[in-house]
Design a protein around this ligand. Structure first.
Ligand code: SF4
Length: 329
C-alpha cells in the first residue's frame, strides 16, 4: 500500500503510526508528504501558531563538550561570556518579546545545571514579572534540573520547561561525552513529574541518519512531551562542527513533516537555524506541518526581523495562539 495513504488512514482512524510506517515515509514524494502533514496540522492543531522568544540569560563558560555549541569552554568561539543577567536586564528582554507578540518567553542559561539559589531566585522573579506584566507564558531552559529546583521555579509561575535531548540516544555519544543521555531524559521526566509542560526536541544536521531522526521522534513520543522544537545545525566557527554541511532545505522540511505525522497533536516548532537552512523556503514550515516557531534572536546568532516573520504569518492566514498548549490533543 502507498505509505502516504496508509499513514493517512491510520491517523484518520485515531491510530498512531509505527516506526516502520515512519520509515516508509522517508522515501515518499516530498509534495505528497507535505500535503498530508499540512492536512494533519490543520485537523489536530488548526490555524493558530505558537511564537516563542528567548533570551540568553547566562552565556558561555560551559564545562560541557556539546560539539554543536559555541558556549562550550572546550572550543574557541566568539560567543559572549557573562554570568546571569540582573533582573532589570531580564525584564527588558521580556518587554521586547511581549511587544513583538510572542506567546511564550524563555530564559536560557548556559551550563550543565543552574542550581545556585541566587540564580534561581533571580530567574524566579523574572518569571513572576513575565506572568504579571506581559501575559506571555513563562519557560526556562537551564540544563539538567532536579524536581526540587523545577518545583521552586514553578512556584513563581513557570509554565513550561525546555530541555532538548539534542539527538537520538544512539548518536548522542558522538555529540556529547560530558554527560549522559539518561541524565537528559531524567530532567524531562522531572519536569513532567512536577506538572510542567515540556518542550523537548533536538538539533538536526549533525551527521545523524534518518533512522536516528526517527529514533529521537519515537523517544519524544514515548516521553509524551508537549512541544517538539526542531533546530537545524548552524555551524559555529571554532566548534568541531564548524565545517559541517548545512542540511538541504527539503530534507529539513521533511523532518518537520514526518515529526508531525508521528506526533500529530503536539506543537511541532521550528527553532534555531531556520533562516540559514531553509532560506527562501521558510514559509513552507507550516505547509510541512509545523505550528510554531522562534521569533527574534537565537542564543548567540541573530534571527531575521520579527516584522518579516509576523508578516509571513499574516500573509499565510495564520493567527497567533494565545496559549502554547491550550488545544494540544
Ligand atoms: S550544556 Fe548547554 S551551554 Fe553547555 S555546551 Fe552543552 S548545549 Fe552548550
Amino acid at each position: 500500500m502507498d505509505p502516504i495513504q496508509l499513514v493517512k488512514d491510520k491517523l484518520s482512524q485515531g491510530d498512531k503510526i509505527t516506526y516502520s510506517d515512519a520509515q516508509s515515509l522517508v522515501d515518499a514524494d516530498n509534495m505528497d508528504l507535505f500535503r498530508l502533514a499540512n492536512d494533519v496540522r490543520e485537523r489536530f492543531v488548526g490555524h493558530e501558531v505558537v511564537l516563542c522568544s528567548i533570551t540568553n540569560a547566562k552565556s558561555g563558560h560551559c564545562p560541557e563538550d556539546c560539539k554543536f555549541c559555541g558556549q562550550s569552554s572546550h572550543f574557541k568561539t566568539s560567543a559572549p561570556s557573562y554570568n546571569i543577567q540582573d533582573l532589570e536586564e531580564l525584564k527588558t528582554a521580556v518587554d521586547e518579546a511581549s511587544r513583538n507578540g510572542a506567546t511564550e518567553f524563555s530564559f536560557v542559561a548556559s551550563g550543565k545545571r543552574t542550581s545556585s539559589p541566587g540564580e534561581l531566585n533571580t530567574l524566579g522573579q523574572a518569571i513572576q514579572y513575565t506572568k504579571k506584566q506581559s501575559g506571555m507564558e513563562a519557560c526556562t531552559s537551564l540544563g539538567l534540573m532536579s524536581e526540587e529546583e523545577l518545583r521552586y521555579l514553578k512556584g513563581f509561575g513557570m509554565d513550561h520547561f525546555h530541555h532538548n535531548l539534542e539527538t537520538a540516544r544512539s548518536h548522542f555519544p558522538n555529540i556529547v561525552t560530558s554527560h549522559s543521555y539518561d541524565e537528559e531524559v531524567q530532567t524531562v521526566k522531572n519536569a513532567k513529574n512536577v506538572g510542567l509542560h515540556t518542550c523537548c526536541g533536538g538539533i538536526f544536521g549533525m551527521g545523524e541518519s534518518w533512522e536516528q531522526r526517527l529514533e529521537l521522534a519515537f523517544e519524544l513520543r514515548d516521553l509524551d512531551v508537549d512541544s517538539v522544537p526542531i533546530n537545524y545545525l548552524n555551524p559555529i566557527p571554532g566548534t568541531p562542527f564548524a565545517t559541517q554541511e548545512l542540511l538541504d532545505p527539503f530534507e529539513a522540511l521533511k523532518i518537520v513533516a514526518i515529526y508531525r505525522l508521528i506526533m500529530p497533536g503536539k506543537n511541532i516548532m521550528v527553532m534555531g537555524g531556520r533562516e540559514k537552512v531553509l532560506r527562501d523556503l521558510q514559509s513552507w514550515i507550516f505547509f510541512a506541518g509545523a505550528n510554531g516557531m522562534l521569533i527574534g534572536n537565537y542564543l548567540i546568532t541573530s534571527g531575521r526581523s520579527v516584522e518579516d516573520d509576523l508578516k509571513m504569518i499574516d500573509d499565510l492566514g495564520l493567527t497567533r495562539k494565545a496559549h502554547c498548549v491550550s488545544n494540544v490533543a
